[in-house]
Ligand binder design. Sequence first.
Ligand SMILES: [Zn+2]
Length: 353
Amino acid sequence: MGRLKHTALKAAICFFKYTKVHWLLKPVFKGKGVILVLHRVLPASSKPKPRIAASSRIEITPQFLEELILFFQKKEYDIISLDEMYHRITAEKKERPFVCFTFDDGYADAHEIVYPIFKQYQCPYAVYIATAFPEGHITLWWYMLEDLVLSHEKLTFTCKGQNYSFHTADSKDKEQAYATIRELILNTSKSQRQEVISSLFSQYDIKQDCYAEQQLSWSQIIELANDPLVTIGAHTVNHYQLNQLAESDVYNEIINSKILLEDKTGKPVKHFSYPFGGPDEAGKREFKIAGKCGFHTMTTVREGAIFPGHRHYLNCLPRLEITGRHQNLTLVDMRLCGIVTLLRNGFCRIISV
Ligand SMILES: [Zn+2]
């Protein structure tokens, strides 16, 4: 989101917060329910300060996760599985509003921290897994990059024959360098990416091995899959930006993650989420391809609630992202009233493409 748009959104949120006009929107935007997208749940003390904001934004605390569960229970939302949500979208029945908790990627905390919490409350949740995580084929370069930037006051490296130099002495410079290098890596073709990552980190004392334990293992995934409270969904193999790939590669990324997860867990994988999932990473072409892979539902990170009309858009269901930056129940409540959807899409309620 551009800086201007972000500032306008912040100003609008302040306006709604103080006028409470958003309550008028609730009947229009509440819909049948909402799917939440989260990534990591970690105690605040688990990583030393300071952090890079773009990296810590995907983490919430276990306390806030519990607060969220209690918040939805108090508001008389049914906390349901993706299978149940699929039935409710396609059924005509009028029921209590629902919320689905979904966790993207395949971090180990989906088992070590999230699982005991949902078990304690006997609530269902889903984990969408990029299979390169448990296969150990993915480098968590975004955490390596965070450590690299935080531990150096200057960075120089050569990438694809070009020399780069960053001053990283203060926090503003560190944030800027992180963002620029992240873009550089993300914009490298998939065939060259590992080479770029290796060449960058090999110039510094940042080892890949110590990050592996942050990824779910197959034994953890199988344990989760065997509990009826947990749904295992697919999230591609390598977590690439799908719209940068050839059509056949998009199909293979999606279907191969489904096949491997089914093979390892012995259970059908009926749900999928798009890596990154925003309009810049997945659109009509990707929705069409995923729609042919045999899933019941497919989710993005476009923000919106689920309406009966979404039965025609099961390959691009919107979600509501909960980030570390906004661990605030008042804001969650305002977003349930549809303020972000309104500001981004006007009175269009069926958020799809
Ligand atoms: Zn993801």
